[in-house]
Design a protein around this ligand. Structure first.
Ligand SMILES: CC(C)(COP(=O)(O)OP(=O)(O)OC[C@H]1O[C@@H](n2cnc3c(N)ncnc32)[C@H](O)[C@@H]1OP(=O)(O)O)[C@@H](O)C(=O)NCCC(=O)NCCS
Length: 155
């Protein structure tokens, strides 16, 4: 296992993961995506991280109780104290082996020092053309997020 490998989390979906209609609850998958992204970010930062923002997350196909869901996460960008991760979710019908993509999401985590304040993280160097493309797209996503940052209105 190399530190460049994605984080892989697999979990069988149980009745406690279901919504009222009997499919897997979107919130279950969001929580797992947060966990998978946080592990990739903390492994890069070598310290505790908190979720700063999760981009809009689509659910392309429903997931059934009994399916195995597998999440893969990796770092796509790092700034001074923040780290972007990409998380993909795949579902598998264990008996037939049929697998399909459920979701892709980008999450940003902020590293925290012992004082609880944002702390500097090691640089992330894109090594392959795919990583370079992701990095460029991540910079675009960051510009958009920061442009939205001050628009949140307290109620
Ligand atoms: C995330 C948090 C630490 C940011 O604190 P802050 O005082 O606003 O810190 P800063 O303004 O210095 O921002 C820190 C980094 O986060 C980034 N960031 C903050 N908000 C962001 C957003 N909406 N989108 C993208 N990046 C964001 C900043 O760009 C900066 O990154 P950089 O150092 O790589 O340039 C703070 O808002 C917090 O503690 N939130 C709660 C986190 C939490 O508890 N999550 C769990 C769910 S409840």
């Amino acid at each position: 296992v190399s530190l460049d490998d994605p984080i892989v989390l697999s979990q069988a979906m149980l009745p406690t993961d279901a919504n009222a209609a009997g499919n897997v609850h979107g919130g279950t998958l969001m929580k797992l995506a947060d966990t998978a992204g946080a592990i990739a970010a903390a492994r890069h930062a070598h310290c505790r991280v908190v979720t700063a923002i999760m981009d809009s997350m689509t659910f392309e196909r429903p997931v059934s109780v009994g399916n195995l869901v597998t999440l893969r996460s990796r770092v796509t960008w790092a700034g001074r104290t923040s780290i972007e991760t990409r998380v993909t979710i795949e579902a598998e019908h264990i008996v037939s082996g049929n697998r399909y993509r459920v979701s892709t999401a980008y999450l940003v985590f902020v590293a925290l020092g012992d004082d609880g304040r944002p702390a500097a993280v090691p640089p992330f160097m894109p090594a392959t053309p795919d990583e370079q493309r992701e990095w460029t797209a991540a910079e675009e996503r960051r510009r958009f997020r920061l442009s939205q940052r001050d628009r949140v209105v307290d109620v």
